[in-house]
Design a protein around this ligand. Structure first.
Ligand code: IMP
Length: 431
């Protein structure tokens, strides 16, 4: 079975825990886009583990994990993540592979990301400042450095770096007023320090993944970020620079669409977003603060407080369509335990008209007003519950309403951070 798991909102839906849970049923876990801008949080035996680059499936000793060609790799981040895992007694050797085609995030991408964000000030995207967007920019401009470049001819690498840095140094000098540019020799030295590491794990990952699929293994593709951060379909320009949507899995992993059996969407019981950009269902400060504290809504990568909002059905309906979702996985339902009423956005009002499909115009998205349905809160602890039938009737009513509005089944409801705080509603929808 081949499954793609994607986020249906602006990322941070709790995918880390869900992928970790589903990893039990998988043989191989593949990341297909993004970089160490992601942060997948997993709680194992009360200990919180955050992985930014390596699939969280690596925490399960017998599983194979792959970083596909659609990912951008910061070698320093990769090394420290491997060391972090090794310190925990988790060895990645023999079961971890990185694509030779994946692009490298270099020190100049990171520095430029920081400079650019600061330069733009209030107009900035609010990136994670990890150089991710800049590495993808070079990839598209065909001046990127790939994993394979670190392993082949050194003169060619130096040439590629000089070529790539020429424009950047002009930009640094003329736009940002910096006298000193990036030095290709220095960057080359920095990058070549990671050749042994890269050499150990590099592979033709498309071959490895397809062989696993053909051998009947269960392969799980994990999306980082979320649908609304997709470069093509998200709230552009306030998006990441890759395709987190399910379609991105085929491109980013080198697998044909006919090989995919199902797509599951992870939806938080409310909405959050980090960084700037329109957010129609953003809560008032009072509720936002309450949800942020209870849900520990702080960026796993940057520590920034996340903006919190009510569940936006218009946005999730869009994600259902774009990803061709077979089922939803609802996370963090327990965060809403204390609320006396819960709002669900069923549409947007714009210039007297009701909109139910997610607008492609950012102007509309900025100016529309959410139309809310009010549901009663259950005001009970639910984190210890193990079966759907045990949930308070008002919590069940909330879930049923989501299903009804979206016309989609719910496969799992997560009621806490631990692996075992997950209620499975329908086994048939899972790997
Ligand atoms: P970048 O991906 O660092 O370039 O940031 C672009 C936008 O995507 C910013 O608004 C970030 O806050 C957002 N972003 C990137 N990664 C994540 C994530 O893992 N969760 C939530 N937002 C993210």
């Amino acid at each position: 079975m081949v499954f793609i798991v994607v986020g249906t909102q602006w990322g941070d839906e709790g995918k880390g825990k869900i992928i970790d849970l589903l990893t039990d049923r998988a043989d191989m876990i593949v990341r297909y886009q993004g970089g160490n801008n992601a942060g997948h949080t997993v709680v194992v035996d009360g200990e919180e583990i955050i992985l930014h680059l390596i699939p969280s499936g690596i925490l399960h000793s017998e599983k194979h994990c792959v970083i596909g060609s659609g990912v951008v790799i910061n070698p320093e981040a990769l090394q420290s993540e491997i060391e972090f895992l090794e310190k925990k007694g988790i060895s990645v050797d023999g079961r971890f592979y990185i694509s030779q085609n994946a692009h490298i995030i270099t020190p100049y991408h990171i520095q430029l990301d920081v400079i650019k964000e600061e330069f733009l000030g209030k107009e900035s995207i609010g990136t994670t400042k990890r150089g991710v967007g800049l590495a993808y920019t070079d990839k598209m401009a065909r001046i990127g450095i790939r994993v394979v470049d670190l392993l082949e001819d050194k003169d060619e690498l130096r040439e590629k770096l000089s070529h790539s840095l020429f424009e950047k140094n002009c930009l640094l000098k003329n736009a940002y007023g910096q006298e000193e540019g990036f030095d290709p020799g220095r960057i080359e030295k920095d990058l070549l320090a990671y050749t042994d590491l890269i050499d150990k794990y590099v592979a033709d990952t498309s071959v490895i993944i397809n062989q696993a699929i053909d051998a009947g293994k269960t392969v799980l593709f994990e999306g980082a970020q979320g649908t609304l951060l997709d470069i093509d379909y998200g709230t552009y320009p306030y998006v990441t620079s890759s395709n987190p949507i399910a379609g991105g899995a085929c491109v980013g992993a080198g697998v044909g669409p006919t090989k995919i059996d199902s797509v599951l969407g992870v939806t938080k019981a409310y909405t959050t977003r980090v960084g700037n950009g329109p957010f129609p269902t953003e809560m008032c400060q009072y509720h936002s603060e309450e949800v942020r504290i209870k849900g520990r809504e702080y960026g796993a990568t940057t520590g920034r407080p996340r903006r919190c909002g009510w569940l936006d059905i218009v946005a999730v309906r869009y994600a259902v369509r774009l990803n061709g979702l077979k089922a939803l996985i609802i996370t963090k339902l327990d965060v809403l335990n204390d609320l006396d009423k819960i709002l669900v956005c069923t549409g947007y009002q714009y210039k007297g008209e009701l909109i139910t499909e997610f607008p492609q115009s950012q102007k509309i998205l900025k100016e529309c007003k959410p139309v809310y349905e009010e549901l009663p809160g259950w005001q009970e602890e639910i984190s210890h519950l193990k079966a759907y039938a045990q949930l308070p009737s008002k919590a069940k009513a909330y879930l049923e309403r989501i299903k009804e509005l979206l016309q989609i089944e719910i496969a799992i409801v997560s009621v806490g951070t631990e692996r075992n705080q997950s209620i499975i509603l329908d086994e048939r929808l899972l790997p």
